[in-house]
Ligand binder design. Sequence first.
Ligand SMILES: [Zn+2]
Ligand SMILES: [Zn+2]
Length: 155
Amino acid sequence: MGNKSKDENMEYHGTCYCGTVEVVVTGRPTASGFCHCHSCRKWHSAPINAFSIWPKDKVKITGDLIASNKDPVSERMTCSKCGGCLANGKPTLNMVAVYSQTLADSGFKYVPDFHIFYDERVIDIADGLPKFNDLPETFGGSGNQVNEPERSGWV
Ligand SMILES: [Zn+2]
Ligand SMILES: [Zn+2]
C-alpha cells in the first residue's frame, strides 16, 4: 500500500532443492492459495500445496527442467537433477503457479487468499479463508464455495 510501483518491480529469487534451477518472479502475485487437488497431492507427496500465481511474463525459470504433460492444463516443472518441484505452468490462463516456499528465502511473503479444489481435500483447514469447490470464476472455475469447517484436521 502506498508504494505500489516499487512492489511491481520487486524481484524474488529461489532455487530447487539442489540449487541447479533458478526461479525469478517480478512483482506481487495475482493470487496465492492452497491447492487440495489430487494431482498436486501426488506431485508434492503432501496433503496440500501452497502456491502463488503470476502472469507468465513475470516468471523466469533457468536450468535443466523436466516438464510433465500428464494433462493439457498443467505443465508441472521439476529440476532434472534433484526432482525438486518448482512451478506449474497454466497454458490456458497464460500464467505460472510457483511453489511459494521456493521463494521464501528471498523475502517473498506468502499471503494466502483462498483454498482451491477443496472438494478433493484430505485435510480441513479452519482458517476463515474462502474455500472453492474447484476454482474461482476469474480462474475459469464455478466459483462455488464450501462451508467453513468447524476445526482443522485430517478428513
Ligand atoms: Zn535441483
Ligand atoms: Zn492442485
